[in-house]
Design a protein. Structure first.
Length: 170
C-alpha cells in the first residue's frame, strides 16, 4: 500500500488493493434528515473531496475524486456498531457493494481505515481539467445513489447534535 507521488494540485488519494466482495454491506456515513438534505450533503462532500483528491486509474491517468464516503460492515459487526462514530447524522443509507458496481459506480478502498471506501460520483474527470463539474450533474449522480439504496434509515447512534467525524475515520 504505497502513496503515489502527487503531480497536480490535488493530492493522490491513498488507494488500498482491497475491493469488498459484492455481498459486503456498505453504509453511507453522512445522510441527512430527508432525501433532499442527503443529496445536498453528498454534493457538498463530493465537492470537498474533488478539491483535495485525485485517484490514479488502471491506465495511469489521474482523475478527480468526487467521492462519497462509505464504510463496510465487516463480518461479525453490525450496522449499529459502524454508525456509533456518526452520531451527528440522523439517517444513513445501506446497500451492497455489488449493487453499487452493477449500477456502474466505482468503489475505491481509500485511506488507512480498512473499513473505509469512497463511491465515485463522477468518474473520468481529468485532474488537469479546467472548470469543475456542475452541481446539477453531481446532484443527479447523488440522486441516483440515494434511489439505488432505497430509503433513508434512522441512525440508532444519532445524538441530535452536529459533530463532524474525525479525519482519521475517513
Amino acid at each position: 500500500m504505497a502513496t503515489p507521488p502527487s503531480t497536480g494540485r490535488r493530492k493522490s488519494r491513498l488507494l488500498r488493493d482491497e475491493p469488498p466482495p459484492d455481498d459486503a454491506l456498505m453504509v453511507v456515513r453522512a445522510a441527512g434528515a430527508d432525501v433532499g438534505g442527503t443529496i445536498e450533503d453528498m454534493v457538498r462532500d463530493a465537492r470537498q473531496s474533488a478539491s483535495i483528491y485525485a485517484v490514479i486509474s488502471t491506465s495511469g491517468e489521474r482523475h478527480v475524486l468526487y467521492g462519497v464516503s462509505v464504510f463496510a460492515v465487516q463480518p461479525g459487526r453490525t450496522e449499529a456498531e459502524v454508525l456509533e462514530r456518526f452520531g451527528s447524522s440522523p439517517s444513513y443509507l445501506a446497500l451492497r457493494a455489488g449493487t453499487l458496481r452493477s449500477a456502474r459506480f466505482d468503489l475505491f478502498a481509500t485511506g488507512t481505515n480498512p473499513d473505509h471506501f469512497d463511491v465515485q460520483l463522477m468518474p473520468g474527470a481529468a485532474d488537469d481539467a479546467g472548470p469543475s463539474i456542475a452541481d446539477q450533474f453531481l446532484s443527479a449522480a447523488a440522486s441516483r445513489l440515494v434511489a439505488l439504496a432505497g430509503r433513508l434509515l434512522p441512525n440508532p447512534a444519532y445524538s441530535g447534535t452536529e459533530q463532524p467525524a474525525p479525519e482519521e475515520d475517513r
